[in-house]
Design a protein around this ligand. Structure first.
Ligand code: BGC
Length: 732
């Protein structure tokens, strides 16, 4: 890994460290929570005494500047503060939830989103965000899937890197750059049954091949900090996990940034049952190499004693302090800790809103479009019924983790449709249900009347923001409340129905597929969701989002993801028997003897990478430059993408590989490349992927990163169900 910090930063931090008392050192390991509109005297005193390194959740500019002033002018050594905030998908201009951003499959769009978030939050003095969240998420019951970049290590790594770049730029010290934090290291997404904060049991090989890679990418991209996960990882919670923090992160990856705990996660080591006291917790976390403690006070209360009793060497604490000081130098805080908002663009300016609209638009995934009901023709339509609790709710479209985004700045779907429809189309609006969880069916008949008298009905359903995010897991991920019943009720109408779903996770929508004509999955699209969606519905823009996560048919299929192992008895169409078709008293061995459920098909409802377009793309001449490639060499995969339609559109071209035999079994498919490509109507683009055999490396039976010789299959297409038709061999 290249050096994160210049020799001069190293020297300055070391010089400062040499002047610090033990108490001042311990202060640098401590992060405290701010209190909003005032500065409590204990916080001001703590900063004066050098007992506070970082404050989180303080976003009042004057207060932040005053906190910095106290730190640099009134503390003995004048060390500035890190001001941390969860700027997860925007600050004032809210972008789609990260899972939605991942559906753009566009590192450029994701980088722009992080850039806007950095610029807007830096205006109030935030210099450190707790993002990107790059936990591999394969369980839509888990509320935090909304904050994730989906199920795939490659996609997640590419987009996570883009976020790091967007937040930090190439120069952390420049105005408007903020430090990023790769979280939650590691395995949080594997929480048992999707219950938040739960245990993660992940074999080391799986950790190295699936969960760790995005973090390794973030480390290489220069993420200034990492956050330890809450989870119990294979029996040792991450905040006390020496193997993870010392061996993998520091020794193998040579990571030079600093590690922060999660909120109280050092204190929680005792709750986990890993330690018997807060002192033990401090000992374990410090030994693991967690540099800064978020909110709880195990370090500041106990490390002094642990050093006095020689259980911890002061040199270990010095290393932790240095890691933090270097980030402060790199951010330029010693040169100028104060924020002058006039040096930064206004929040919610038109460029930021335009970027947010583009992100929302390209995140929407068209899942179904029977009879080409979409796009809606402005000429042929006189009356539209706009129904549902998510149609005109500026708050609920923002999604989870929007501490600073405001409902008043949102443009709702109804606003967006009205603005585009003009005077020729009449729009009848009715929320029908008070919110997504409402069970009251009293307005259903009126909704049916409106549907009957319209040329088309657009139904905005889904999940409110509070139903996903931290501590908001669900065991049943159907549409909540009476929403499915509403669809059922409107099915009586012959008017075509378009369903737009705004939600923080994949929902199990199989039961309602046949009751609507078209389905657009819009996630929680953020401030500009309304205009983005309206343009898609009216055909001013073409849907191009692709699922960053597989959609299960029923909750019992979870976990279901495309990069599964083949097993010894893979499911197959020809041998699949559905439960109702099993003859009574059938012999034990008469069924397919394959890895399937009797009561649901073995494929997901929609595969990873899936998303339709109004255009019609064809993949032609998919070719590989050589069928026999020596390990260490490069090769090229090329194709021609044709747009056989009369509209300009974007397609996300996806390249998948299967390694047929390995020293550990390999997934049936792995994403190894993708490109978002614009193709004009009735024209074509030549696309190529430059590959290196290193792209096919994996952690082998010895848990070493290795490229193994052997046979592979490759395919390029529009989603992960693509057939792998090109064979090639890697040779030594
Ligand atoms: C979450 C983190 C977040 C932190 C600070 C914790 O509860 O797990 O993701 O960054 O709080 O708000």
């Amino acid at each position: 890994m290249s050096n994160l910090y210049s020799p001069s930063i190293e020297a300055q931090a070391t010089e400062l460290l040499s002047k610090m008392t033990l108490n001042e050192k311990l202060g640098q390991l401590s992060q405290v929570s701010g209190r909003g509109a005032q500065i409590p005297s204990e916080l001001a005193d703590g900063i004066r005494q050098g007992r506070v390194s970082s404050v989180l959740n303080e976003v009042d500019l004057d207060i932040v500047n005053e906190l910095q002033r106290i730190a640099v002018e009134e503390s003995r050594l004048g060390i500035p503060l890190l001001i941390g905030r969860d700027v997860i998908h925007g600050f004032k201009t809210i972008f789609p939830i990260p899972l939605g951003q991942a559906a753009t499959w566009s590192p450029d769009i994701v980088e722009k989103g992080a850039r806007v978030a950095a610029l807007e939050s830096a205006r109030v003095g935030v210099n450190w965000t707790f993002a990107p969240m790059i936990d591999i998420a394969r369980d839509p019951r888990w509320g935090r899937i909304a904050e994730s970049l989906g199920e795939d290590p490659f996609l997640c790594g590419q987009l996570g890197e883009a976020m790091v770049k967007g937040f930090q730029t190439d120069d952390l010290s420049s105005v408007g750059s903020i430090a990023s934090c790769a979280k939650h290291f590691v395995g949080y997404g594997a929480s048992e049954s999707g219950r938040d904060y739960n245990t993660a049991n992940i074999p080391e090989n799986e950790l190295r091949n699936v969960y760790l890679p995005p973090f390794h990418v973030a480390a290489k991209a220069g993420a200034a900090s990492f956050m330890a996960s809450f989870s119990d990882l294979n029996g040792v919670p991450a905040s006390g996990n020496q193997w993870l923090m010392k061996q993998v992160l520091r020794e193998e990856w040579q990571y030079q940034g600093f590690v922060v705990s999660d909120w109280d996660s050092i204190k929680d080591l005792q709750v986990h049952g890993l330690s018997a006291s807060q002192k033990d917790s401090a000992y374990l976390a410090a030994k693991a190499g967690v540099d800064m403690e978020m909110v709880s006070t195990c370090y500041i209360d106990n490390l002094g004693e642990l050093i006095a009793s020689k259980q911890i060497d002061e040199i270990e604490v010095d290393t932790m302090v240095l890691n933090i000081l270097k980030a402060k130098y790199a951010l330029g805080l010693f040169v100028n800790p104060f924020t002058d908002p006039s040096s930064l663009p206004d929040a919610l300016n038109s460029n930021h809103l335009e970027d947010a609209k583009e992100a929302a638009q390209k995140s929407c995934v068209l899942l179904q479009n029977n009879n080409h009901i979409l796009p809606i023709s402005k000429q042929a339509t006189k009356r539209i019924a706009v129904l549902g609790p998510m149609a005109n709710d500026g708050y609920e479209q923002l999604g989870t983790w929007i501490f600073d985004g405001e409902e008043k700045d949102s443009v709702t779907c109804l606003d967006g449709l009205r603005a585009l429809a003009g005077d020729n189309i009449e729009i009848d609006f009715m929320p029908v249900l008070a919110n997504s969880r409402d069970h009251d069916t009293q307005h259903f008949d009126k909704a049916l009347d409106l549907t009957n008298s319209a040329d088309i009905a657009i139904l905005f359903l889904g999940e409110e923001s509070i139903l996903s995010g931290e501590a908001h897991s669900r065991s049943n991920i159907d549409l909540p409340g009476a929403q499915a019943k509403l669809i059922e009720h409107l099915y009586a109408s012959s008017t075509p129905i378009v369903l737009v779903i705004l939600a923080g996770r994949p929902l199990t929508i199989q039961p309602i597929l046949n009751k609507v004509d078209s389905i657009l999955y819009a996630w929680h699209p953020g401030t500009m969701g309304g205009p983005a969606i309206a343009e898609l519905l009216f055909g001013d823009a073409c849907p191009s989002g692709k699922l960053p996560v597989s959609f299960p048919r029923v909750v019992g299929q979870i976990p279901i993801y495309y990069a599964q192992k083949n097993t010894g008895r893979p499911a197959a169409e020809h041998s699949y028997v559905y439960m109702d078709d099993v003859p009574q008293r059938a012999a034990q061995t008469s069924l397919g003897m394959a890895s399937t459920h009797l009561d649901t098909h073995f494929t997901p409802l929609y595969p990873f990478g899936f998303g339709m377009s109004y255009a019609n793309f064809a993949y032609e001449q998919v070719e590989i430059s050589s069928q026999s490639i020596k390990i260490g060499e490069t090769f090229k995969v090329s194709l021609r993408l044709e747009n056989h339609s009369n509209i300009d559109a974007e397609e996300v071209v996806q390249l998948y590989v299967r390694d047929l035999v390995g020293s550990v079994t390999r997934p049936v498919k792995q994403l190894k490349g993708f490109k978002r490509v614009h193709v004009k109507a009735h024209s074509q683009e030549h696309i190529s992927f430059e590959m290196h055999t290193d792209d096919l490396a994996f952690y082998d039976i010895r848990n070493q990163l290795n490229v193994e010789a052997g046979d592979f299959m490759l395919g390029v297409g529009s989603d992960s169900s693509v057939e792998l038709t090109l064979a090639f061999t890697l040779t030594n």
